[in-house]
Design a protein around this ligand. Structure first.
Ligand SMILES: Cc1cc2nc3c(=O)[nH]c(=O)nc-3n(C[C@H](O)[C@H](O)[C@H](O)COP(=O)(O)OP(=O)(O)OC[C@H]3O[C@@H](n4cnc5c(N)ncnc54)[C@H](O)[C@@H]3O)c2cc1C
Length: 474
């Protein structure tokens, strides 16, 4: 190791140059910088990146590489198990230190510990930072020093802690470490080809740091003012659509907080960012959150095995227009409106009595914002087995939910063209339309659009019976 030995900045879900604590600290060390991204498909095990996320990653890495190049340093790409690749690169480059921003999934925490130990044994410095949360999960504690289990006091405690730091400026220049090059992104084959099921993503999204900030500005200058009212309306873009940007760390919650907290009526929006913090808090303190019922009493829940029901749900063919619109929005755009996620998830769990983990898996593969903490916490919340969860017996009626949150049918007509010509009064329940209305609209139930795969009243009673079989255990 010499004064010319580089510092490695290991990028993960922090694909940005602005407000990047690890990058700033590495630059401040005065050493030349080697910027690294490792595509590790092994360490996350079952939670390796899903198909939609890979599409985002490809585009986000292209943007990050271009930004780093402009600042003077190339992005080095390597594939492999990170706890092998990082120490190997340290030896190859004779590096003096490695800098990274922390993640909170159990596999990432275990890997960080392992890498820190290996680097320590090699006499190499390891520096990790908080780059993705307002507060580290272990710094927000109840009076008795316990993690929080309920959102409202958790968020109040976060507010009392205040903002831990201000956003860090983007570096003006990075002194690069001269090295022998990395791998080629296209060889990682992150994009789907045959067929290219991601064509619908392109008009909707601009991955990368600039796209993230543009989305934030668009939101603050427009929908933010009416967010509290409009966020549940399915037919409009009334929310920020920042979730994939936040997941991949193209923008930090600190930057969002700094930009939004003085904006009028930003409280509700920031409290949703608070739910993201809470989900990460839960995941850190209950690392099994993605796999195990947070309330163990649900372990005895009598889930059904229903392959055809699951397939109908996945394909948007349940016969309930709002559920089907939600699932088709997901498939086409890689995103689903939050209210639609709640309705679709509730339908799977309560109308079909399918284990929430089957829905979690499908979302994991198809969402661009698939995030282990947010996805697991939200599915458990809907199922009623999670922290601060909706009670199990609150069973959404997909017809009334559709009528309330898509009253003009904009959302359903956008995603289910085969019933678009139905009038509003039967759009959310086509089976109630008379023969003439169906015929005028060109709808042949059971042929062009399915009958409901389960009747709401029957499904509701079945769900309540399943739940009461459990109540004796609670
Ligand atoms: C069954 C189910 C699964 C979900 N899976 C995911 C997931 O994998 N990844 C994900 O980011 N969100 C998930 N959510 C939460 C939420 O639906 C999305 O974060 C939100 O719809 C993203 O849109 P937005 O960026 O416009 O949100 P906005 O309303 O603009 O909110 C701003 C940010 O706050 C965070 N946020 C909002 N709502 C929640 C929430 N309920 N829980 C945690 N964070 C939240 C997100 O980071 C979001 O970008 C899930 C919700 C449900 C009901």
């Amino acid at each position: 190791m010499t004064p010319a030995s580089p510092a490695i900045v290991w990028f993960r879900n922090d694909l940005r140059v602005g407000d990047n604590p690890a990058l700033v600290a590495a630059i401040e060390s005065g050493r030349p910088i080697a910027c690294l991204y490792v595509f590790d498909e092994v360490t996350p095990g079952r939670w390796r990146m899903g198909g939609a996320s890979r599409w985002w990653l490809h585009h986000s890495l292209l943007r990050l590489a271009a930004s780093l190049e402009r600042l003077g340093a190339p992005l080095i790409l390597r594939r492999g198990i990170a706890h092998d690749v990082v120490p190997r690169l340290v030896s190859e480059f004779d590096a003096a230190a490695v800098y990274w921003n922390r993640q909170y999934e159990a596999f990432a925490v275990a890997q960080d510990t392992r890498i820190k130990m290996r680097l320590g044994a090699m006499g190499v410095e390891a520096h990790s930072f908080n780059g993705s949360l307002l507060h580290e999960p272990w710094t927000v504690k109840t009076k008795t020093g316990e993690p929080y289990r309920v959102f409202t006091p958790f968020w109040r405690a976060c507010a009392q802690l205040g903002l831990a730091r201000s956003p860090l400026p983007s570096p003006k220049r990075i002194a690069p470490f001269a090295h022998a090059g990395g791998e080629n992104l296209t060889q990682w084959r992150l994009l789907p080809t045959k067929p290219n099921w991601a064509v619908g993503f392109e008009p909707e999204w601009t991955p990368g740091e600039a796209g993230a900030h543009a989305a934030l500005i668009r939101f603050l200058e427009g929908p933010a003012a009416t967010y509290a009212n409009d966020r549940d309306q399915l037919g409009i873009h009334g929310t920020s659509r920042l979730s994939p940007h936040l997941h991949f760390g193209e923008i930090s919650p600190v930057q969002i907080w700094a930009a939004a907290h003085n904006a009028p009526r930003a409280e509700k929006f920031l409290s949703e960012v608070g739910w993201r913090e809470f989900a990460h808090h839960l995941l850190f303190h209950w690392p099994n959150l993605p796999e195990r019922n947070w309330r163990g009493s649900f372990d005895a829940f009598p889930w059904r095995t229903d392959a055809s029901g699951l397939a109908a749900w996945q394909r948007g063919q349940t016969g309930y227009p709002v559920v089907d619109a939600a699932m088709r929005e997901l498939w086409t755009t890689g995103y689903m409106h939050n209210r639609a996620r709640m309705i679709a998830a509730s339908f799977l769990i309560k109308h079909l009595l399918i284990d929430w983990r089957a829905g979690e898996d499908w979302f994991w593969d198809t969402l661009l914002d698939a995030d282990l903490a947010n996805n697991a916490a939200s599915w458990q919340w809907i199922a009623g087995c999670g922290a601060d969860a909706a009670p199990y017996f609150r069973i959404f009626n997909p017809v009334t939910q559709g009528e309330r949150y898509d009253a003009n049918g904009v959302y359903v007509r956008r995603w289910i063209p085969e019933i678009a010509a139905l009038p509003n009064n039967v759009l959310h329940q086509p089976w109630q339309a008379d023969a003439e209305t169906l015929s005028t609209a060109g709808v042949r139930l059971g042929q062009t659009y399915p009958y409901p795969i389960v009747e709401h009243g029957v499904a509701r009673q079945r769900a309540l019976a399943a739940f009461s079989s459990l109540r004796s255990e609670i």
